[in-house]
Structure formats: C-alpha cells, structure tokens
Design a protein around this ligand. Structure first.
Ligand SMILES: Cc1cc2nc3c(=O)[nH]c(=O)nc-3n(C[C@H](O)[C@H](O)[C@H](O)COP(=O)(O)OP(=O)(O)OC[C@H]3O[C@@H](n4cnc5c(N)ncnc54)[C@H](O)[C@@H]3O)c2cc1C
Length: 304
C-alpha cells in the first residue's frame, strides 16, 4: 500500500492551495481529484471575479489558468478521476475508487454539490446547475422557464433570465425568500416574472416539446400545473462529506472543524466549501484555510 505524508482529497482552489503550501513547507503530498480535470467550481464561474485580490478576473477559468501555471502545481502529479470513498480513521487508511493509501495526514477539500429535485429525475429540460444566466441566457430567448429556489442565486437567475425569457416562474418552497430584499423588490417589479409561494414540483410530463410541471401548492391562488420549456433548479448545495460518515457535520452535510481546520481527528483536516457552509463559501477563505491547515500539520510534524 502506497504511503503518503499528506493526502489531499479534491483539486479545487482549496486543495490546490493546500498542495502549494505543502511544497512551501517541505511536506510531500498526493492530490486525488474525482473529476477528469483540476479546478472544481472555478470551471463553472462565468461571472466576473472581483473579490479575490489583487486582480479582477473575467471568469473562473481565467483564474484557474493562472493557478495551473504556478510552479508548485506544475510539479504536482495529481491523480485524476479518482475519488476518496472511505477512510479508516484508526489505521489512517484512505480508500479511493482505484486503490488504498496509508497517510499521515488527510486534507479534505471536496467542496460542495448542488442539491437536486428527485421529482425531476430523467427530465430532459433541466438546465445544469453550471448554467450561466448571464453568459448563456440567450439560449432561453422567447421561452418560458421555471426557476426553483428562494435564495440569492435563484432570485438573481430569475431576474437575469427575465430579460430573455417570455415568462419566468419562480417556484419558492417557503412563504418567504431567503434572498436579500433588493432581489425581491427587483423580481416583484418585473411584468414577466411570477412568484409562486409554498410551491414544490411533484411530477413532470413531457408534452409536445414542452414540460408540464405538476405542482404541490400550499396557496389557493397558486397554479396546480404550469407548462415551461426549461427548468433551472437553484436550491442550494450540500457538503461533499459522504465518504466521511464518522466526522461531525452541521447544516447540509458540512464538516465541522476547529480553529486549525481539524475535523474531529488529529490527522484529518477539512477546508474550503466542504466545511464553510453556503454563506461563507468563497475563494479567499478556502485559500486562507489551506495555509492554516498545512502550517498546523507542519508544526505537528516538527514537534518531538
Ligand atoms: C457560479 C459561482 C460563482 C461564484 N462566485 C464567487 C465569487 O465571485 N467570489 C468568491 O470568492 N467565490 C465565488 N464562488 C465560490 C467559490 O467558487 C468556492 O468557494 C470555491 O471554489 C471553493 O473551493 P473548494 O476547493 O473548497 O471546492 P470546489 O471548487 O468545489 O472543489 C472541490 C473538488 O473536490 C472534488 N471532489 C469532490 N468529492 C471528491 C472525492 N470524494 N474525492 C476526490 N475529489 C473530490 C470535486 O470534483 C472538486 O474538483 C462562486 C461559486 C459558483 C459556483
């Protein structure tokens, strides 16, 4: 069984920053990434990034290109298409989809995945969560669309799409929005945007090129069925922590960590979105946590 000093699970900006810090502090590391390429969510950001100082990036891929040119990332030999699926916290064994490793330390930087709507399983007209409502919005020109969710991203998407779509239905499960009030007032002012409160999708049916959505509505004025061309789910994300059921979680499967990013075990650390929760998900925080986790590991190793 291969022995590694630090095994990093996840090749988004958090995992890559951890790999840079491992090299900086003289630790050997191995990074395993579930996808066939590095980058994580950076691959799906089509908006401008202006809160990751000092540069403004036109989109995530521009920042990723620079990151991949970092000398430490050049030297990294990541194992792609290999996911961590289980760990033995006592033996320090990490099982992946391809093999097992024995590691002195594990850094979990597995990020988040979008929540999905089971009632839409198999529906051909569901837009991917990576769909950009700015760069790709022209695709829904003149069409009717349902956006599902009540947070900032759902409201922002609905408002953006209303510039192109003939009509936008915003389906909100609760009787109020989680989104900031400015989004609510912008949405309510739009003539081609309807908000259906206390409404959930119960089933769908394909009908002559369109999709009929059967709705479970809690209010008498809400429709029991609408017909749309596209559905865009924006119902939030959950931490990718399935492989670590023995570790403590909060909220939507986010890993609990202490002030040094330890996830309830002296050899297991977590950083980035998998442990931050949606309100704090950010590039800057993931990068800073990578420094803290790896520095703490290096100090543990130096101790007699
Ligand atoms: C549309 C959009 C816009 C955003 N805009 C901004 C912004 O303007 N400013 C900002 O600061 N932040 C923004 N963010 C948030 C920011 O992108 C994230 O906070 C950051 O990318 C999180 O990095 P991460 O490394 O923690 O996770 P991720 O980028 O999610 O990377 C996790 C990686 O782990 C891999 N993985 C998952 N499970 C496993 C496993 N079991 N084994 C191995 N690998 C695994 C995944 O494939 C993925 O590559 C945005 C996000 C999105 C989606």
């Amino acid at each position: 069984m291969e022995h590694v000093q630090v095994l990093i699970a996840g090749g988004g900006i958090g995992g890559l920053s951890a790999a840079i810090w491992c090299q900086r502090l003289g630790l050997s590391c191995l990074l395993v990434e579930k996808a066939d390429r590095l980058g994580g969510q950076l691959l799906h950001i089509h908006n401008e990034l202006w809160d990751f100082p000092p540069r403004v990036y036109s989109q995530g891929s521009e920042l990723l290109d620079e990151l991949l040119h970092h000398p430490a990332i050049h030297r990294l030999d990541p194992r792609l298409e290999e996911a961590v699926v289980a760990i033995d916290p006592h033996e320090r064994i990490i099982t992946t989809t391809k093999t097992s490793y024995r590691a002195d330390y594990l850094i979990i930087a597995t990020g988040v995945s979008p929540n999905h709507i089971p009632a839409l399983d198999g529906c051909p007209c569901v837009l991917p969560t990576s769909f950009s409502t700015t760069a790709q919005a022209a695709r829904v020109t003149g069409q009717e669309i349902a956006v599902v969710g009540g947070g900032d991203r759902a409201l922002e998407s609905a408002v953006n799409l209303s510039k192109y779509a003939s009509h936008v239905h915003l389906l909100v499960r609760k009787n109020q929005l989680r989104a900031r009030s400015q989004w609510k007032s912008r949405a309510e002012a739009l003539p081609n945007l309807s908000i259906w409160w206390e409404t959930e999708i119960a089933a769908y049916e394909a009908r002559s090129g369109k999709i009929a959505l059967m709705l479970q509505a809690g209010r008498p004025d809400s429709p029991s069925e609408i017909t749309v061309d596209w559905i865009l789910p924006r119902i939030g994300v959950h931490g990718n922590s399935d492989a670590f059921p023995m570790l403590g979680t909060f909220g939507d499967s986010y890993l609990q960590t202490d002030g040094f990013q330890r996830a309830g075990s002296p050899w297991i650390y977590a950083l980035g979105d998998v442990c931050n929760g949606a309100p704090y998900a950010s590039l800057s925080l993931a990068v800073g946590q990578a420094m803290k986790a790896v520095k703490h590991i290096s100090l543990q190793i130096q101790q007699p």
